[in-house]
Design a protein around this ligand. Sequence first.
Ligand SMILES: Nc1nc2c(ncn2[C@@H]2O[C@H](COP(=O)(O)OP(=O)(O)O)[C@@H](O)[C@H]2O)c(=O)[nH]1
Ligand SMILES: [Mg+2]
Length: 226
Amino acid sequence: MDYADSDTSPHASAGEEEGAASWQTDLSRAPAATKIVIAGGFGVGKTTFVGSVSEITPLRTEAVMTSAGEGVDDPAEVPGKSTTTVAMDFGRITLEADLVLYLFGTPGQKRFWFMWDDLVRGAIGAVVMVDTRRLTDCFPALDYFESGGLPYVVAVNHFEGTPRHEAEAVREALALAPDVPVLIMDARQRISVVETLLTLVGRALEVSPGLPGAPSVRAGHGVNPA
Ligand SMILES: Nc1nc2c(ncn2[C@@H]2O[C@H](COP(=O)(O)OP(=O)(O)O)[C@@H](O)[C@H]2O)c(=O)[nH]1
Ligand SMILES: [Mg+2]
């Protein structure tokens, strides 16, 4: 796989090779690989999110919840959920042919937080997933990314049959800064997940403009960080 090299001039080889289309020799369009973290409370839809878009069979490390988890994990709000992510989810998606995102879903439960520093290392940003029925579950993730300065977007995974809240109401409830993107989405729908990821990439570029993938994303592929 090719990686974008920030030391290489984007114009170095453009048009030099005969028979090659300009986009093929434009190094600014070489695939850039980036890491993104998917965080949020227990049962909010992180595993679903990664599974909806991954081009590779998502690596999951789910374990069946047993009675040992009673009183620790609360599946009451997530009927039918019998497994839980004990280490992480891992998936990959290629956006716009030149930007490869590696998705790392974090284990939601507090007792796995010791892994977060490792999971987050090298990430360009995070998606903080929110279930409006259990809003406070996302606070630890918000605090973590806020204090670490990692760009993030808030993805409200809307479960049908539950009240639908407007993005601005969620922003207010979570006391988010005006520039943090808030999306109402559905983790089961690929298009919705892709939109969330594009928004995060846009947000990450806004906050740290030197990231790999910047030239093509900036060239206007509909990334709207708002
Ligand atoms: N109705 C509905 N169910 C969802 C949605 N997203 C996830 N689920 C279900 O909610 C449960 C928990 O999702 P999961 O991805 O395992 O959550 P995780 O603990 O954050 O990884 C699973 O049974 C999913 O099928 C959604 O948008 N709508
Ligand atoms: Mg999971």
